[in-house]
Ligand binder design. Structure first.
Ligand SMILES: Nc1ncnc2c1ncn2[C@@H]1O[C@H](COP(=O)(O)OP(=O)(O)O)[C@@H](O)[C@H]1O
Ligand SMILES: O=P(O)(O)OC[C@H](O)CO
Length: 501
């Protein structure tokens, strides 16, 4: 057997390639950030060609760095930022428009129209999702409506739509494969999560021709091989999952009731609900966790749009820190936020509010407020948002969640994790291997190709690095009350600002 699995992790802010050995140990990682484009307020785009070139660059670099040959790679697993929408020309392989990123709010008005027409229940019942510009459907519609001739070309079968997984596979196979996996499909708002197929009624509602859609596959099977023109060797592509589902699998949350929270650009909390698609009563979404063989596993998800990104804003927008990790030393200069609250609704608010028009707000600043207070308030905002999602999830689950497995770039921050545990009154568990997103895709690919025998074998590869217990003598009641007041004020401001006179 060849010794390595290559996991491709195409995230919102960076492309990564990770080599994993049979013990589940990471041999090497290569990572490259790429440009975030903000052409208008509420719009977020990526250049699909840069997504691909940065991804290919890190694959090549991790192979070179670790001094292996591509022929040593047993299989490839792919995981990706979800919902982000790319439409390309099947003949030239060139995108017809930039990638519209999951955070993009340009279709918020259209989503409101759909809600006013009373379509929320239909969409919810079929897709498990709430109507929101977050999901791919309205982004595809926007591209087909706005790009000259796109709709006609789509109808004629000349165009292809894909989330980032499809785009990478198309390029890795030199245009041979146009497919996606069921977890990514479940984020489009076009996929029926019960019958597990594209929903013709929804396609008609959004005016999206079926001809542009990828074929939907399971999350763990051999889909095809990379083209020798791209990676010199034909390597089986054998695992695909959206990054949050991949992290759930990588955290080995494989039993019903297990929960993980990933702190990346946003925060995404998922609870494995087994073979049942549970409908949330608290504005969480129902999604597909994975399909292995014929078995579909579902999850409840709470998506927070801005988490680690608030730290990037401190770095790139305000220039208060040079590197993301510097937020810790800055925040540690003060014992508390001095009554400052930041609601980082830069791209609207996701779960459990779903307010596309909300925008970021800062409350409680005084003449004495410093950069350190702002830094601390930014970190705390990540934890407060997670608190609100966990509350919703506990209500849906009908029981308290005592332990939260965490991962993602921002979990290197000990100040954040301690504050989080205290706020939740629950133990926060960080695994030794925090690359859980990449590990999920690696496991899915390894299971499909016999690299690992079964899930039980994979399960042994998860181990705890740190258990962070809540600070017993801190009462968070007052802070939570003030946070919730800040969130309410943010929502009220959005309503007043957008009120039609
Ligand atoms: N020490 C830190 N404290 C808080 N946030 C951090 C820290 N280091 C990185 N981050 C944040 O983590 C995010 C990157 O995490 P990652 O899991 O790679 O995200 P993504 O997959 O969304 O690109 C960035 O938004 C960055 O600002
Ligand atoms: O790339 P991440 O880690 O920010 O994850 C983005 C999510 O998949 C969006 O739904």
């Amino acid at each position: 057997m060849k010794p390595y699995i290559l996991s491709i992790d195409q995230g919102t802010t960076s492309s990564r390639a990770i080599l994993v050995d049979h013990d589940g140990k990471i041999i090497d990682i290569a990572q490259q950030e790429f440009e975030q484009l903000f052409p208008q307020s509420g719009w977020v785009e990526h250049d699909p060609m840069e997504i691909w070139s940065s991804q290919l660059a890190v694959i090549t670099s991790v192979i070179a760095k670790s001094k292996i040959r591509s022929a040593d790679i047993h299989a490839i697993g792919i995981t990706n930022q979800r919902e982000t929408t790319i439409v390309w020309d099947r003949k030239t392989g060139k995108p017809i428009y930039p990638a519209i990123v999951w955070q993009d709010r340009r279709t918020a008005d259209y989503c409101d129209e759909l809600k006013e027409k009373g379509l929320e229940d239909t969409v919810r019942d079929k897709t498990g999702l709430l109507i929101d510009s977050y999901f791919s459907a309205t982004k595809i519609k926007w591209i087909l409506d706005e790009v000259d001739g796109a709709l006609e070309r789509a109808k004629a079968g000349e165009l292809a739509f894909g989330t980032v997984d499809s785009w990478l596979i198309w390029n890795l196979t030199n245009g041979e494969l146009h497919l996606t996996d069921i977890t990514n499909a479940s984020r489009t708002m076009l996929f029926n999560i019960h019958s597990c197929e594209w929903d013709s009624e929804l396609l008609e509602l959004f005016g999206i021709p079926e001809a542009i859609l990828p074929e939907v596959k399971s999350s763990s099977e051999i889909y095809g091989e990379t083209s020798v023109d791209v990676l010199k060797t034909a390597i089986p592509i054998a695992g695909i999952a959206g990054d949050q589902q991949s992290a759930l699998f990588g955290q080995l949350c494989i039993e019903k009731g297990m929960v993980k929270n990933t702190y990346g650009t946003g925060c995404f909390m998922l609870m494995n609900t087994g073979s049942k698609a549970i409908k949330s009563e608290h504005k969480l979404v129902t999604t597909i966790a994975w399909k292995i063989g014929d078995e579909v596993t579902y999850a409840l998800e709470g998506s927070v749009f801005i988490a680690g990104a608030v730290v990037q804003w401190l770095r790139d927008g305000l220039g208060l820190i040079k590197k993301s990790k510097d937020v810790t030393s800055l925040a540690k200069k003060v014992a508390d936020t001095g009554g400052v609250y930041i609601v980082p609704a830069f791209a609207g608010l996701g779960a459990p509010h779903w307010d596309a028009r909300a925008r970021g707000s800062v409350y409680g600043i005084t003449r004495g407020t410093t950069d350190a207070h702002l830094a601390r308030a930014c970190l705390e905002s990540i934890a407060f948002q997670t608190y609100d999602v966990l509350e919703a999830m506990q209500h849906d689950a009908g029981h308290a969640i005592e332990e939260l497995r965490v991962d993602g770039g921002a979990t290197s921050n000990s100040v954040l994790l301690k504050f989080q545990a205290t706020l939740l009154g629950a133990t926060v568990v960080r695994p030794e291997n925090t690359e859980t997103t990449a590990m999920g895709a690696a496991y899915l690919a390894g299971l499909a190709t016999g690299f690992w025998k079964d899930i039980a074998e994979v399960q042994q590869k998860w181990s705890v690095d740190k258990r962070i217990e809540p600070e017993k003598d801190i009462d968070s009641t007052a802070a939570l009350k003030e946070w919730h007041a800040a969130v309410e004020a943010t929502k009220v401001w959005a309503t007043l600002k957008n009120k039609k006179s």
